[in-house]
Write a protein that binds this ligand. Sequence first.
Ligand code: FES
Ligand code: FES
Length: 158
Amino acid sequence: MAQLNINGTVRDVEVEADTPLLWVIREQVGLTGTKYGCGVAQCGACSVHINDEVQRSCSIRVGDVKPTDRIVTIEGLSKDGSHPVQKAWLAVDVPQCGFCQSGQIMAAAALLKKTAKPTDRDIDAAMTNICRCGTYQRIRAAVHLAAGTSTTNRSSTL
Ligand code: FES
Ligand code: FES
């Protein structure tokens, strides 16, 4: 049994302490925007925020999360897709297959919370999520757009 604060709602979940947080988010709570990619903290598809830090939920034991920890998933980033990062992703048309993108957006949102005007180097250092479709150029453009540091127009990012 664990108590988790996910997207502002405190929930009791019946799971073993060593259950990965990702499984609880997807299976017990039913928030499937957070994806399973590698399961070993490499790809970032499972990224969520815990107390405003981006974390890879496949590799966090539920038993290590406190009831007071604030977990935010892609569903909780905004009510209606109006977070600046979500709007920039739409404007730049970032996704290809889309599988990695909720994790990418969570990583970008966490980056901008810490570094409001990131350089390309900041983005490359912070955005270590893997995209098998190779959307990295558009991700970088969208982060700049969300930060208000865009120097390119959309056509140059495609
Ligand atoms: S599924 Fe968690 S990092 Fe890949
Ligand atoms: S958009 Fe397909 S894996 Fe990133």
